[in-house]
Design a protein around this ligand. Structure first.
Ligand SMILES: NC(=O)C1=CN([C@@H]2O[C@H](COP(=O)(O)OP(=O)(O)OC[C@H]3O[C@@H](n4cnc5c(N)ncnc54)[C@H](OP(=O)(O)O)[C@@H]3O)[C@@H](O)[C@H]2O)C=CC1
Ligand SMILES: Nc1nc(=O)c2c([nH]1)NC[C@@H]1CN(c3ccc(C(=O)N[C@@H](CCC(=O)O)C(=O)O)cc3)C=[N+]21
Length: 292
């Protein structure tokens, strides 16, 4: 197997972003700003938020973090989101998901100004993505798209993996990963199959694919029987097991196969965070009408 180095792809892109931010500062005196909101103290979410804040600061993006109590009322959370939406200094707003107590995230996401929606989860941006006809259009119009799917397309392109004309199976249909990724792959002219927990013959379907993306959240879910020789496998899953952090792919089972694969850790995760920085710059540019 050939490992795809997500850390390297990520650090190359972060260096570019850092340069852009420095240029913006120098030429306009303005600093892009990202607000993050964490409701409750889930330890994994806190780790992610901290990596996001660190990455922002490293790139020269100003971060504004808000910790809210697990028992915060809907009114209090929405009031904060509205306040941040109106704050001129803030270009992007990220509400860390999932919310505690099974709160329906969409109601909160709808309160984020679509211009600051760096996760691409507001219906306005979901609509723009779905209406777009090509990858070029998505890039040229600076459409805000969910970070993980953007990161996956970035990884495929940087690894020289052709998307056009290929059959891609996306396992998982969440609003954060599976659905927007399917749209992005379609915009890149792949033939896309969206698979989920009710899909029949999943193994056979995956075995026929040139690109398999798994965003399920179950360790050792994908094994040798799912993968065609020569395929590219993108493992989005993050699973904490007694043996440590792993993805959805049974790594040992596929390690002798002639495939390309993103590892966990060190694959999609770091690139996801990089795309958050990229989206913050897009939001900065769209909102302040400054070309970056
Ligand atoms: N590396 C990164 O940057 C990121 C990693 N993640 C990780 O990716 C994983 C998925 O996240 P997310 O999309 O938010 O997850 P969700 O839990 O929202 O979605 C999981 C999806 O997997 C599907 N699924 C569950 N069981 C099966 C099965 N037996 N066969 C086929 N499909 C199945 C579900 O289908 P159904 O809809 O039918 O229930 C659902 O669509 C998680 O491990 C998460 O931690 C998430 C975001 C970013
Ligand atoms: N509004 C919102 N937007 C998100 O983009 C979002 C979210 N909520 N909720 C949770 C998921 C998950 N997610 C990850 C980001 C980075 C890593 C990452 O950097 N992972 C490292 C390992 C980190 C570790 O050690 O735990 C790696 O894979 O190498 C993983 C997962 C973003 N998500």
């Amino acid at each position: 197997m050939k490992l795809i180095d997500g850390k390297k792809i990520s650090s190359d892109k972060r260096a570019e972003i850092k340069e852009k931010v420095a240029k913006i500062k120098q030429q306009t005196g303005k600093i892009p700003g990202l607000a993050t909101i964490l409701v409750g103290g889930d330890p994994a979410s806190r780790v992610y938020i901290q990596s996001k804040i660190k990455a922002c600061e490293h790139a020269g993006i100003k971060s504004f973090h808000h910790d809210l109590d697990e028992n915060s009322s809907q009114e209090a959370i929405i009031a904060l989101i509205k306040k941040l939406s109106e704050n001129f200094e803030i270009d992007g707003i990220l509400l860390q998901l999932p919310l505690p107590q099974n709160k329906d995230a969409q109601e909160y996401l709808n309160a984020i100004s679509p211009l600051k929606d760096v996760d691409g989860l507001h219906p306005f941006n979901v609509g723009l993505l779905n209406l777009s006809k090509s990858w070029n259009e998505i890039i040229e119009k600076n459409i805000l798209v969910s970070c993980t799917p953007l990161g996956i397309v970035h990884i495929l392109r940087k690894s020289g993996i052709t998307i056009e004309g290929k059959t891609a199976v996306v396992i998982g249909r969440s609003n954060l990963v599976g659905k927007p990724l399917s749209m992005l792959l379609l915009a890149n002219n792949a033939t896309v199959i969206m698979a989920h927990s009710r899909t029949n013959n999943l193994k056979e379907i995956c075995k026929s694919a040139d690109i398999v993306v798994t965003a399920v959240g179950k360790s050792r879910f994908v094994n040798k029987d799912f993968i065609k020789i020569g395929a590219a496998v993108i493992d989005v899953g993050i699973n904490r097991t007694p043996e440590g952090l792993c993805g959805d792919v049974d790594f040992d089972a596929v390690k002798d196969m002639d495939i390309e694969i993103t590892p966990v850790p060190g694959g999609v995760g770091p690139v996801t965070i990089t795309m958050l920085l990229e989206n913050t710059l897009k939001a900065f540019s769209n909102r302040r009408k400054i070309v970056v």
